[in-house]
Design a protein. Structure first.
Ligand SMILES: C[S@@+](CC[C@H](N)C(=O)[O-])C[C@H]1O[C@@H](n2cnc3c(N)ncnc32)[C@H](O)[C@@H]1O
Length: 384
């Protein structure tokens, strides 16, 4: 058996609850990817890990005991994931949230009767057949699609492709989320076809709208916040730079028989200041931008972007109105986000109070010792 041996610092990572051990803390590891037993420099067994010889994240903890990681092991883990999500009021949710569910590098999103899967480590790829069989046994999907067109796979030396793994997966799937319906695009849509992480926050946003009020959904994608806002609002304005996403938003509005959403194509960094100048206001403003911080190096620039967009958005909130603001950047932690929000509020000269601190839904478990599992953060503010 080929072991991986880690330094004291590497062993400490696992002892403190984080599953990753970086290349610099691995003294030796097998040359080919796979699941390996791991020991410290004194030979003490520490657990079994996914080992990716080409990746900076060399080891990802999978199992603390010596139990074999076989077909039955995968079924047990996936059944646990499935059972944790029983109470969700929707037909689409994240079925496996990688490290958040103790299954590093594995993403599984469920859209009605179909699954969209991402295997994001070279070692996990060696388990592909076992994982697909276990998914079939646990979830009985009509089809499984591999959305492997993601840059992180390149860091692992893996190819990038969209591939049907089993059955058939439609190009469009109707998603029901509470009282709202929208169409996911599993083959071509962003992420695995839609943004499932904001489900609870979208429902919350809908409840903030005063009957007959107005709302702005900035960075709307295909309108999933807008649709919730439109239930009570007299008028919703939905902004996105993607004309294709907005066209799907208009289709989603039709699916929900909503005629009160105005779809605006444009750059939010231009549109919001222009509306500020024109003194437009809304009772609820939602700001859900893409991840501005793509790497650690651009955190300062990303924070400037978040600051700018939030300050502009705050200026558009009517007195007594609400701002729901989110960031999905892995590299920006909650304290930095809240500091940015405070600075943006200070820049408006207005007073805002904190109504809710937000994260993702229960299907994206956030482990307190693994900050990366809590990439989505947000806040609901009330303007005085
Ligand atoms: C995180 S997604 C929004 C998800 C959406 N709120 C939902 O719940 O489904 C970010 C969106 O911002 C759009 N976007 C990116 N840069 C933009 C910009 N400068 N102005 C307007 N929209 C932009 C992208 O096209 C994408 O649809």
């Amino acid at each position: 058996m080929t072991w991986a041996t880690v330094s004291a610092r590497g062993a400490k990572r696992w002892a403190t609850g984080h599953p990753w051990i970086y290349r610099s803390d691995v003294e030796s590891n097998p040359a080919t990817p796979g699941i390996v037993p791991v020991r410290d420099a004194r030979g003490k067994f520490l657990g079994q890990a996914l080992c990716s010889p080409k990746s900076e994240i060399r080891l990802r903890l999978l199992e603390r005991t010596e139990s074999p990681i076989d077909a039955a092991w995968w079924v047990t883990q996936l059944t646990r994931c499935r059972d944790r999500r029983r109470a969700i009021d929707a037909n689409a949710w994240r079925a496996v949230h990688a490290e958040g569910d103790g299954l590093p590098a594995l993403i599984v999103d469920r859209y009605d009767r179909w699954l969209v899967v991402q295997l994001l480590s070279a070692a996990l790829e060696t388990q592909r057949a076992l994982i697909l069989a276990a998914l079939q046994e646990t979830f009985s999907p009509e089809g499984i699609l591999l959305r492997h067109d993601v840059p992180t796979r390149k860091l692992e030396g893996l190819d990038s492709a969209v591939e049907l793994a089993s059955g058939d997966v439609p190009k469009q799937i109707e998603v029901r989320e509470g009282t709202v319906r929208w169409i996911a695009a599993p083959w071509t849509g962003q992420k695995t076809g839609a943004f499932l992480d904001q489900r609870d926050n979208r429902a919350l946003a809908g409840t903030l709208v005063p009957t007959g009020g107005t709302a702005l959904d900035c960075f709307t994608y295909h309108g999933s916040f807008a649709l919730h806002l439109a239930a009570r609002a007299v008028q919703v304005t939905a902004v996105d730079s993607s004309v294709e996403a907005l066209a799907r938003g208009a289709e989603n509005a039709a699916l929900n028989q909503r005629q009160n959403i105005d779809w605006v194509a444009g750059d939010a960094f231009d549109v919001l200041p222009a509306w500020g100048k024109a003194r437009r206001t809304f009772d609820v403003v939602v700001v859900d931008p893409p991840a501005f911080a793509k790497s650690r190096a651009n955190i300062p620039a990303a924070l400037r972007g978040y600051h700018e967009i939030n300050r502009r958005a705050m200026q558009l909130v009517a007195p007594g109105g609400w701002l729901l603001s989110a960031s999905c950047s892995f590299h920006i932690q909650r304290p930095q986000f809240m500091e940015m929000i405070a600075n943006a509020a200070a820049g408006t000269g207005r007073r805002f109070t904190i109504h809710r601190i937000l994260g993702a839904g229960v299907d994206h478990p956030e482990v307190v010792t693994i900050p990366e599992t809590g990439y989505l953060k947000g806040v609901v503010l009330r303007a005085e």
